[in-house]
Design a protein around this ligand. Structure first.
Ligand code: C2E
Ligand code: MG
Ligand code: MG
Ligand code: MG
Length: 281
């Protein structure tokens, strides 16, 4: 009987694995298709707001994917898949084209879009021709220096220090802002950070969420903002959802805010209506 149960359990287990493998495969096949055709890919833009003036100081470009036949898939699901499969390279290239095209269109319509930050995965950052690609992108779309910037995580920058510094410096030469994303969740040592030509620290949402709740979050915030001031870096708080969090951030002199409270990620057309049209007039 135990044997029988064992067999049933085994069968159940296999059936589940099968469903998961099947879904996984379907997703990867769909993603591969999208990487080739661009079908179902879209970009949302989330504003970066100066809490004192209310001005839009920038935007983050966030990839959105409507998988044909499967529906909306969240970046938290398809980005890791794209990274593992290598599809992040063609997908990332498409995103850059979409963003640059959008910025060019806005500028040609007489609007003044803010700097837009693009997330780069490690595999993209370590591509030998990244800087050339970015340079070509600027040229092809007639973008002014610094119009597009990048966000990288600490783990991406931790290897091959000298090469990372060289690539970042080349991007800085194009005027790009470079942010360390999800800051505080990785392992960068302070001396390491000092040598990286980055411009911005984006404090991870997990420290903002805990504000006013756990003492630890405040301590980390105080340390990070103090460090940033010493190094001359901008600080952005990401994931700000409540007025209470916004209030609490004032004590740490954090004025650049990105979160649902100040603006959710929206399609380009909505971003234009809400944040760009008023700045022309
Ligand atoms: P991230 O770069 O840290 O982006 C911020 C994420 O936080 C976005 O999720 C954004 O929608 C979300 N967010 C912003 N404000 C709030 C808030 O107030 N509350 C909460 N709960 N969430 C907020 P999203 O768009 O789902 O993206 C998740 C991650 O996927 C990104 O984290 C980034 O690591 C990655 N990702 C997105 N687009 C791209 C891309 O084009 N290329 C690469 N390599 N990665 C991307
Ligand atoms: Mg980011
Ligand atoms: Mg982040
Ligand atoms: Mg993140």
């Amino acid at each position: 009987r135990a044997k029988e149960e064992g067999r049933n359990t085994y069968r159940l287990y296999r059936a589940e694995m099968h469903v998961e493998d099947h879904q996984h495969l379907a997703l990867e096949t769909a993603l591969r298709n999208t990487a080739e055709t661009g079908e179902g890919l879209d970009v949302h833009y989330q504003p970066l707001i100066d809490r004192d003036s209310g001005e839009v100081k920038g935007a983050e470009a966030l990839l959105r994917w409507h998988a044909p036949g499967l529906g909306e898939v969240s970046p938290g699901d398809f980005i890791p898949l794209a990274e593992r499969s290598g599809l992040i390279l063609p997908l990332g290239r498409r995103l850059m084209q979409l963003v640059a095209g959008q910025l060019q269109a806005w500028r040609e319509a007489g609007l003044t879009p803010p700097r837009v930050a693009i997330n780069l995965s490690a595999r993209q950052f370590w591509q030998a021709d990244l800087v050339d690609e970015v340079r070509r992108l600027y040229e092809a779309h007639g973008l002014p220096p610094g119009q597009i910037g990048f966000e990288l995580t600490e783990s991406t920058l931790i290897d091959q220090h000298q090469q990372a510094v060289a690539t970042l410096a080349a991007l800085r030469d194009l005027g790009c802002h470079i942010a360390i994303d999800d800051f505080g969740t990785g392992y960068s040592s302070l001396s390491y950070l000092q040598e990286l030509p980055v411009t911005t620290l984006k404090i991870d949402r997990s420290f903002i969420r805990g504000l006013g709740e756990s003492r630890g979050s405040g301590a980390i915030l105080a340390a990070v903002t103090g460090l940033a001031r010493e190094l001359g870096l901008r600080v952005v708080a990401e994931g700000v959802e409540t007025e209470a969090q916004l209030e609490a951030l004032a004590a740490y002199h954090v004025t650049l805010i990105q979160g649902f409270l100040t603006g959710r990620p929206v399609p380009g057309a909505t971003f234009r209506e809400r944040y760009l049209d008023r700045t022309t007039a």
